[in-house]
Ligand binder design. Structure first.
Ligand SMILES: O=C(CSCCNC(=O)c1cc(-c2ccc(F)cc2)cc(O)c1O)c1ccc(O)c(O)c1
Ligand SMILES: [Mg+2]
Length: 214
């Protein structure tokens, strides 16, 4: 049977990246996506913005919605102190299987917990299942029509605290108009837009950083 794009991406990591070296995993995936096959990783340009937000925040408890092949998981986890925890949710079992191997190749499995399933099923179970009180940082990169309902669900489940930072990918392309309208007009958020480009292309895209005010 033909290989899938995520499998070919993993092969490129195994071929070109060094085990235990997260930066080499990131570079191998970016090279593959620029020179072989486009894939929906956040990429190097928006990835640098992600890095700066994470480095400034120094979060202990991180939630990622949408793992895909684990590229942004590796970007975030490599910046976390060893005691910190990143929980990443992926709906697609095939993507999750590849992501586990990418995260392991980077040597970051000790601070990452990959959970397979739907975000709306897992968000209400964060406290009792993972012992999480609140998250310090949430990265949204899953189904674009789930950003808003899942944000409201996180509010309702008490998973956000004063100062929790939400960072949303793809707010221009593919776009998340209902989410943008909400975080930009709600009195519960301080929001700002980081203009960038769709990964590995010249098309406009950007990240929206929203601080929950409680
Ligand atoms: O794909 C999903 C949903 S999760 C991935 C969400 N992310 C995106 O869709 C996404 C898309 C684009 C993008 C794609 C085509 C363009 F022309 C332009 C932009 C860019 C991104 O950065 C993204 O994050 C899924 C889940 C479970 C399943 O079973 C399943 O078959 C599929
Ligand atoms: Mg994305």
């Amino acid at each position: 049977t033909r290989s899938t794009r995520p499998q070919r991406l993993l092969n490129a990591v195994r071929k070109h990246a060094t085990r235990g070296d997260p930066q080499s995993v990131i570079s191998a995936i970016d090279h593959f996506c620029r020179h072989s096959e486009w894939a929906m990783n956040i990429g190097d340009e928006k990835g640098s913005i992600l890095d700066s937000v994470v480095s400034e925040l120094n979060p202990e408890k991180v939630l990622e919605l949408g793992t895909y092949c684990g590229y942004s998981t590796v970007r975030i986890a490599r910046l976390l102190p060893p005691g910190a925890r990143l929980i990443t949710l992926e709906f697609n079992a095939d993507y999750a299987a590849i992501a586990r191997q990418v995260i392991a190749w980077a040597g970051l499995e000790d601070r990452v917990q990959l959970v397979e399933g739907a975000s709306e099923d897992w968000i209400p179970r964060m406290k009792e299942h993972f012992g999480i009180e609140t998250f310090d940082f949430v990265f949204l990169d899953h189904w674009k029509d789930r950003y808003l309902p899942d944000t409201k669900l996180m509010e309702d489940c008490g998973l956000l605290r004063k100062g929790t930072v939400l960072l949303a990918d793809n707010v221009i392309c593919p776009g998340v108009p209902d989410y943008l309208q909400y975080v930009r007009n709600s009195l519960s958020y301080k929001s700002c837009y980081f203009k960038s480009h769709l990964e590995y292309t010249k098309a406009e895209d950007g990240l929206e950083k929203s601080v929950f005010l409680g």
